[in-house]
Ligand binder design. Sequence first.
Ligand SMILES: C[S@@+](CC[C@H](N)C(=O)[O-])C[C@H]1O[C@@H](n2cnc3c(N)ncnc32)[C@H](O)[C@@H]1O
Length: 208
Amino acid sequence: MRFSTFFSKQARKPTGLFGRLVMSIVFNKGNANLNRFVNELLSVQENDHILEIGFGTGKLIYDMANQIDNGLIEGIDFSSTMVSMAQNRNKNHIALGKVKILKGNFDEIPFKKDSFNKACSVNTLYFWPEPENTAQKIADILKPGGKFLLAFEDIAQLEKKSLSNEVFRLYSKGEVKNLLIRSGFSGGVSIESRMIGTSVLHCVVAKK
Ligand SMILES: C[S@@+](CC[C@H](N)C(=O)[O-])C[C@H]1O[C@@H](n2cnc3c(N)ncnc32)[C@H](O)[C@@H]1O
């Protein structure tokens, strides 16, 4: 297997020692600015009930949990390696009942309709096999008026990286905006973009 395919597969679902030792650093360092951007745009309130889909090492969950009081932050990820790292990072918040970590494929695990007031997902869209179904499911489990933040890197900079196109599906920001408009976010969809150093980052903010 070519290294670019192996690396791309690890980015989609980290496994084993490589996932624990290498991908955790790639996510913690490489995705830090995008996660900070999402945290700002979420403007977490003390009683928010938030779902993060594909939390990786659980840093954004940790930062969100620091901002709530009576609320709850839930996260779902299908990598056992990432689930154990996120559980470890968030063990105090879990013990206090502020964080719940779930292991599973978001597309397959049932969630109650209208249960979260916010949801977010950072650098996972590229791996969604059926993007409209996933986006519709997110709209479905948000409360009316709820907000979904979907963050990703600019297509031009991702095209320069050696990523396998069998694993990564890349989107322009316009395509992501249209995807969410088509998927039940009738309260309005907007794009926030930020340039940090040479990186261009996008976050689509969609209201149900
Ligand atoms: C590129 S990493 C991004 C991790 C983190 N959000 C960040 O910004 O550092 C993608 C993560 O999403 C998870 N993931 C991808 N597809 C998923 C799915 N359908 N259900 C649950 N987790 C998924 C992977 O296991 C991985 O931890």
